[in-house]
Design a protein around this ligand. Structure first.
Ligand SMILES: [Zn+2]
Ligand SMILES: [Zn+2]
Length: 142
């Protein structure tokens, strides 16, 4: 078993509130969506910059991921991890599922290296429809 990670600086009040909001959400949230939540604004977080600062630390800790395509954030489902992750984004309901990509990480890295590219971060975003939404389609079409 790997050694337990050194105890990190505890999360601040604001970081805990933002993380809790993302964990509760069933789809990625933008900064403005986070700000609009009662659970957030009631705790005194009212400025976008406050949310950005909290997100910055949560991202650095790997507790949150940014979905570039949606310009939104999700709580990590299995933090912390250092393997690459993919996000399956449903175009219908906007739900996002985090998928570990450890198995294809090496392949992607060596493909990139062959063209002389050094990967610093690897995050794959897949766009399609989640099982729930594609099942709904089958139902409505008989
Ligand atoms: Zn993650
Ligand atoms: Zn869906």
């Amino acid at each position: 078993m790997p050694p337990a990670p050194a105890p990190a600086k505890p999360l601040t009040h604001n970081q805990r509130i933002v993380l809790a909001a993302l964990k509760k959400a069933d789809a990625p949230l933008t900064v403005y969506q986070i700000l609009a939540l009662r659970a957030v604004s009631n705790k005194g977080l009212r400025a976008p910059l406050t949310i950005y600062r909290a997100l910055e630390r949560l991202l650095a800790l790997g507790l949150v991921h940014r979905i570039e395509r949606l310009n939104a954030y999700v709580a990590c489902e299995h933090a912390p991890h250092d393997s690459a992750v993919g996000f399956a984004i449903c175009t219908d309901c906007r739900r996002v599922v985090e998928l570990p990509l450890a198995a294809c990480e090496k392949h992607l890295a060596s493909t990139a290296r062959r063209s002389g590219f050094q990967i610093e971060t690897l995050q794959v975003e897949m766009v399609g429809r989640c099982p729930r939404c594609s099942a709904g389609e089958e139902d409505s079409q008989g």
